[in-house]
Ligand binder design. Structure first.
Ligand SMILES: NC(=O)CC[C@H](N)C(=O)O
Length: 266
């Protein structure tokens, strides 16, 4: 099959699009970085791509709330495009990384069937300490339908955000999402390989996220958002202690996610 085409969406303030396109290309995809205004001018462009990726950054300066303006722009001008990727025939993938996850959450694309009239089922709030946190974190994945996390048990990835605290409206949302394996990726201490659901203290849980959630997927596992940055760890030399490791793995931990996405189309 021809290599899947990846739409890496740009907006004013996006700053991880080049690395993200490089990661998809290194995994065997063909990426194009496209500005949101070009899509609004030519919505038919959506039919060129099999994967939609919303990369990290500070879209529209994080004004109002991180991801809010880009989400509103997508909902107002590109709802057909969003719908084609999120739903469509169920034959495409969506990945939101950091600011991209914030956009997917504001759009409701990760939690839409849990939506009730009164409030969002879940959101991404300010980190508990109220500051931007930029460092490496340990992650474990739960049993999950997430296409991107297939056969991945743990990862060590950089994080870099101020508004990454996953907060659910209530325990029912947590229970419903957990029972479907949608609280797919969790912060961990790097020792235990299993998911912990009682909220772990800082610094293991860097932002105070409910149930240590770092990434969530939709019901189908095709739509996934995560706060850490897999595109910043695709080469082993990006690991902070790579010179001290006895053996170098072939790839950095994040690469498997991009390969899973490309392989899904085979
Ligand atoms: N790395 C990013 O994508 C940053 C996300 C967002 N601007 C925040 O600080 O929360």
């Amino acid at each position: 099959m021809a290599a899947p085409r990846v739409l890496v969406l740009r907006a004013p303030g996006t700053n991880c699009d080049e690395e993200t396109a490089f990661a998809f290309d290194s995994a065997g995809g063909v990426s194009e970085r496209v500005h949101v205004n070009r899509l609004i001018e030519n919505p038919a462009l959506k039919d060129r791509y099999q994967i939609l990726c919303l990369p990290g950054g500070f879209s529209y300066g994080d004004d109002i709330a991180a991801g809010r303006i880009l989400a509103t722009k997508l909902r107002r001008h590109l709802s057909e495009l969003v719908n084609a990727f999120v739903h469509g025939n169920g034959d495409r993938l969506v990945l939101g990384i950091c600011n991209g996850m914030q956009v997917l959450m504001r759009l409701g694309a990760l939690t839409e069937e849990l939506e009730d009239q009164s409030e969002a089922p879940a959101t991404l709030d300010w980190n508990d300490h109220g500051r931007f946190e930029d460092r490496w974190v340990h992650l474990v994945s739960d049993q999950s339908p997430c296409v991107f996390l297939k056969d991945i048990e743990r990862m060590y990835l950089p994080m870099a955000h101020a508004q990454g605290k996953f907060v659910a409206a209530n325990q029912d949302v947590i229970d419903a999402m957990r029972s479907e394996g949608r609280l797919a990726l969790r912060y961990s201490d790097g020792k235990s390989g299993s998911v912990q659901s009682e909220t772990l203290p800082f610094p293991v849980n860097p932002n105070g996220a409910d149930a240590n959630v770092a990434g969530v997927c939709d019901k189908t596992g095709r739509v996934f958002g995560l706060m850490p940055h897999p595109e910043r760890h695709i080469d082993p030399t990006q690991h902070p202690f790579w010179t001290r490791r006895d053996e170098q793995p072939e790839y950095g931990d994040g690469m498997a996610m991009f390969k899973n996405a490309i392989d899904w189309f085979e």
